[in-house]
Design a protein around this ligand. Sequence first.
Ligand code: SAH
Length: 348
Amino acid sequence: MIILQDYNLTELTTYLTENFSVKPFVAKQIFGWLNKGVDFDGMTNISKQLRSQLKEKCVALSCTIIQTLTSQIDGTQKFLFKMSDGNLVEGVLMKYKYGNTLCVSSQVGCRMGCKFCASTLGGLVRSLSAGEILGQVIAVNALGNGQERYVTNIVLMGSGEPLDNYQNVTKFLQLVSSPDGLNISERNISLSTCGLVPQMKQLADEGYNVNLTLSLHNAFNDQRYQIMPITKAYSVEQAVDALRYYFDKTGRRVIVEYTLIDGQNDSYSHALKLASLLRGLSVHVNIIALNPVKETGLKGTSENTLKKFISYLEKLGISATRRRSMGRDIEGACGQLRKRYLEGDNEE
Ligand code: SAH
């Protein structure tokens, strides 16, 4: 089956003209419906005959929301998306004063093997296509009751390593930021990576302008390797050089994520090493207390140590703030998103 949300307007027009002899203005109408999250049955200005022909060969919406959980603490919502082949991924909508940020998944599972993260348990099933990432944004945006910009910001921080799915993720960036589509500016999109250095540079070379975020979590290579196997392929110095490269090309301040794990990366010497690694870079550090994932056996740092760690960094001249953890009661916080199965959850 062809997933129509994989196409931009030009590609969709070509596809529909060549295969269904559809006129360009009709293709444009269909494109409009796709961006509103409307399935074939709701495309009221398209002839029934064409719609039934399309249904035989194509999927209009790449995914549907099959479950929604709402946090009692902060109103954060977690969605379970079902892809057209039955695979499931999770996404999270966080509501802030300035707008709504949607966290989307880029892969079903993940093969990076970070020791603290739920998304990688069980490995990678498959990468999502551009339209399957876009479909998550469109499905949630459609919940805004006709409000054109219900989702204002996007973070590629759900399950998966976005740069391990480079072609589809960059195509997604083009689709979602296109004025023909949802028109969400790259400035409002953050892409988080565990540090795939060549692809970080490629993003800069190809002129992307997203907020690039590096998940660092430890500035010592030997220790980082213990929790993030990717360190064997690319050292922390190489990853930080790639951030510098990105900043030099794009002028966009880069971000480092640092999750504090009790007794592992939260001492003064860790702060010192982190500060010396980041010295001279236009960077902001987001500090997060580890969110519990029961399989990992790892514990988050105490409140007290977390505050101390931030003050060490500030004294060392590094801009750092705590990133509020949202949706913990629905396992919707960083690192808690995982593969789910329809019949019987895989966790129990
Ligand atoms: N693969 C990408 C994006 C997904 S993870 C990446 O590595 O950046 C999004 C963020 O959540 C990353 O910074 C990740 O390291 C962090 N994270 C993973 N597990 C976590 C946990 N249990 N508690 C807090 N943050 C976690």
